[in-house]
Design a protein around this ligand. Structure first.
Ligand SMILES: *Cc1c(COP(=O)(O)O)cnc(C)c1O
Length: 379
């Protein structure tokens, strides 16, 4: 089955008891059991729910894994995955991962005795050099936020395998439409499904997928033991969102290429960060591991121009955090999403004060260009 068919007919596309073509919302906390100590398929809503299970089966298929797990948020999914490790274990983490992931690592997981080394995962020598005797995993994002940096998943997974480490990839920005880390050698994929998978800025959810039996068993245990599961209503909403992932991503990608072309030809733009930029040093890696380049694009204006004034002048493109919805969103990471990172650390990571991040939506590209043009005329 190809992607657009799979998002609609994959998983449990029909309810097994009624034939309903949309899996019903099974809003039940407990299920009748036919005998004491029998083997009931459904017992208790945290341990398993048919609506959630349909979603989990679908995401496992879309990522080419064997088991999927749905959580109350992307952060909850990431927490459950890190809970596979124990005090004294060491994990290598990409230096440009989601801010909330850094917060989880530094303010929660370190208190439980996990240790971390932060490296630029584009640099394979640095990744290799960070491996210690107690290293258990490499955790990375590609493309990253907000600089859309690309790391070579296949190469990193190869290094990891050689040292018996697990490779974990946050695939939120690419989505399974554009990239399948498990097929490139990764062991676990996590998603903030709040973004493109939900796609309509109306649900907070997280997913994890693995292709390893033992990890699947452990994640099932942790999902139930920690208990940060996705409820049946949100599971249904997310599955509905995923049915249109392919058609949405196609237009997201097209619109972003059009905007990239426009920004490239605009003399008021100093730098563009976009995985599909052919001048980028990582374009070859991006082309190899991604089907298309996603819909996140960041850029800097010429130094004398006022980024805040530019962003405030946009009318159609909404000023807001988050990304991946049908509506285009714009923000200034230094002030908004990445405002909690100390300025010197942020600058060292390449995030300038005036960097502008755009999550390109599904509006007509002519209208998006008109909005950008009128804001450029104001600066
Ligand atoms: C938003 C995001 C998260 C966190 O997900 P929530 O659903 O907000 O908890 C994790 N990783 C990336 C890349 C994200 O963009």
């Amino acid at each position: 089955m190809k992607f657009n068919t799979q998002v609609i007919h994959g998983g449990n596309s029909e309810d097994p008891t009624t034939g309903a073509v949309s899996i019903p919302i099974y809003r039940a906390s407990t299920f009748h059991q036919s005998e004491v100590g029998g083997q009931a398929k459904w017992e208790y809503g945290r341990s398993g729910n048919p609506t959630r299970a349909a979603l989990e089966k679908l995401i496992a298929e879309l990522e080419g894994g064997q088991a999927g797990f749905a959580f109350a948020s992307g952060s909850a999914a990431i927490h459950a995955v890190f809970s596979l490790f124990s005090a004294g274990d060491h994990i290598i983490v990409g230096n440009d991962v989601y801010g909330g992931t850094f917060r989880l690592i530094n303010q929660v997981l370190k208190r439980f005795g996990l240790t971390f080394t932060v490296v630029d995962t584009r640099d394979l020598v640095a990744v290799q050099a960070a491996i210690q005797a107690n290293t258990r995993a490499i955790y990375l994002e590609t493309p990253t936020n907000p600089l859309l940096r690309i790391s070579d998943i296949a190469q990193i997974a190869q290094i990891a395998k050689k040292h018996d480490l697990k490779t974990i990839v946050d695939n939120t920005f690419a989505t399974p439409y554009n990239q399948n880390p498990l097929r490139l050698g990764a062991d676990i994929v996590v998603h903030s499904a709040t973004k493109y998978l939900g796609g309509h800025s109306d649900v907070v959810a997280g997913l994890a997928v693995t292709n390893d039996d033992k990890i699947a068993e452990q994640l099932a245990f942790l999902q139930n033991a920690i208990g940060s599961v996705l409820g049946p209503d949100d599971s249904w909403l997310l599955q509905r969102g995923i049915k249109t992932l392919g058609v949405r991503m196609r237009v997201h990608d097209e619109n972003t290429q059009i905007i990239n072309d426009y920004l490239t030809s605009n003399s008021k733009v100093a730098n563009i960060y976009y995985p599909g930029d052919q001048r980028s040093v990582s374009f070859e890696v991006a082309k190899r591991q991604m089907r298309s380049f996603g819909a996140m694009i960041s850029f800097e204006l010429q130094p004398e121009l006022d980024a805040k004034k530019f962003v405030n002048s946009l009318k159609l493109i909404d000023l807001a955090e988050s990304l991946g919805g049908v509506e285009s969103l714009v923000e200034i990471p230094a002030i908004m999403t990445h405002g909690s990172i100390p300025r010197d650390v942020r600058l060292k990571n390449g995030i300038q004060d005036g960097l502008i991040r755009l999550s390109v939506g599904l509006e007509d590209s002519e209208d998006l260009l008109d909005d950008l043009k009128q804001a450029f005329a104001k600066i």
